[in-house]
Design a protein around this ligand. Structure first.
Ligand SMILES: [Zn+2]
Length: 350
């Protein structure tokens, strides 16, 4: 039976989703659970931007050049974050862009053009490609349900930003992940369980596992901004305050306007094929999503967007539109052969 067309009336999750149950009104159990939890609703948003700017000033770096590390994907959200930091927030940023071998050149070009025009120092980290290939391959190959490869890769980039903060002694990181991702990270025992299953799999390759754990080390130094009171406390030595950029008000304004602002300032260009549409994810998102769709009938993006719909930041209709998955098979085959993943194994299973 194709359950893909049966969707929750509120969040749009499909009937394929793990442990989903609908009530008589077609509303899923996760929407009901979210009503109980206040996590997502209370995740702070600073409506008073002046206050936020003022609170951040006390974390400015007294012993070095940079106040904040800003990871840039080349997308509109992170670009606008950097523009605001430079022009409005009175903070000196060090920009960071990840190139793990599967980045779209257009995205990397956006980052370079932006930093040039804003006169901001930029570090482009080219990851050890064999490590990244193994990471994708091992994650794809897990027979049991596991964390999405995108989630695991995103974790590495997240830790890289902290590594740079450590290296340059920079007090803050302003990082781009959505409320949906925050929900997934924060959320549940399920994530922890999947994480330990994945580590078990990684341990089969001793050298890879060692390097993977080494890359996680900087995570110990983060203090994640979770509520407004966190900004009253001083930052302990050796720690970095990580600020998700959905706390900023501009992040909730019309995305089209933000996009225009980027186009006018530095000739921002969208990447040709991306998933979900309107994002600036790397090419590997296609293979990762393809594998998850084959194995599970959904991907982590369905999960993430359902949470964003519940938080009221995007409509159910827009989310369904953005999530429509039309896999470019040539590209997927190419990526699969690069990382040694056998997609026919999954295709037959479907
Ligand atoms: Zn729902």
């Amino acid at each position: 039976m194709n359950n893909k067309n049966i969707r929750c009336k509120i969040c749009g999750l499909t009937a394929n989703y793990k442990n989903i149950v609908f009530d008589a009104n077609g509303v899923c159990n996760f929407c009901h659970e979210a009503e109980q939890h206040t996590d997502l609703k209370t995740l702070l948003t600073f409506d008073d931007e002046e206050k936020l700017i003022n609170s951040l000033q006390k974390y400015k770096n007294k012993n070095g050049k940079y106040d904040v590390v800003v990871p840039l994907s080349g997308g509109v959200d992170s670009s606008v974050t950097l523009i605001r930091i430079v022009k409005k927030y009175n903070l000196v940023p060090l920009a960071f862009h990840n190139d793990h071998g599967f980045e779209d050149e257009v995205a990397t070009d956006n980052v370079k053009k932006l930093c040039k025009i804003l006169d901001v120092d930029l570090i482009i980290k080219q990851q050890d490609i064999n490590f990244m290939k193994k990471l994708f391959h091992y994650t794809h190959s897990m027979k049991n349900r596991t964390l999405s490869s995108c989630f695991v890769c995103g974790g590495i980039i997240y830790a890289n930003a902290l590594e740079i903060a450590n290296a340059f002694n920079i007090p803050m990181v302003i990082n781009g992940y959505s409320k949906g991702q925050a929900f997934m990270m924060d959320n549940n025992n399920d994530t922890l369980e999947l994480w330990s299953g994945l580590l078990e799999e990684f341990q089969k390759d001793e050298n890879f596992f060692k390097e993977f754990m080494y890359k996680q080390e900087p995570m110990k130094t983060q203090i994640l901004l979770k509520n407004k009171n966190d900004l009253k406390k001083p930052l302990p030595k050796g720690k970095h305050l990580v600020i998700p950029f959905y706390v900023f008000k501009f992040n909730h304004t019309d995305k089209e306007m933000l996009r225009k602002e980027c186009e006018e300032l530095f000739d921002w260009k969208p990447i040709a094929t991306t998933y979900p549409s309107r994002t600036t994810n790397c090419k590997m998102v296609w293979l990762n999503t393809f594998v998850d769709q084959c194995k599970l009938g959904y991907s982590m993006y369905d999960e993430e967007y359902a949470a964003i719909v519940r938080s009221g930041e995007i409509s159910r209709e827009q989310a369904i539109k953005d999530l429509e998955f039309i896999p470019p098979m040539e590209l997927i085959k190419e990526l699969a052969s690069e990382v040694g993943t056998d997609i026919y194994l999954f295709k037959n299973k479907k």
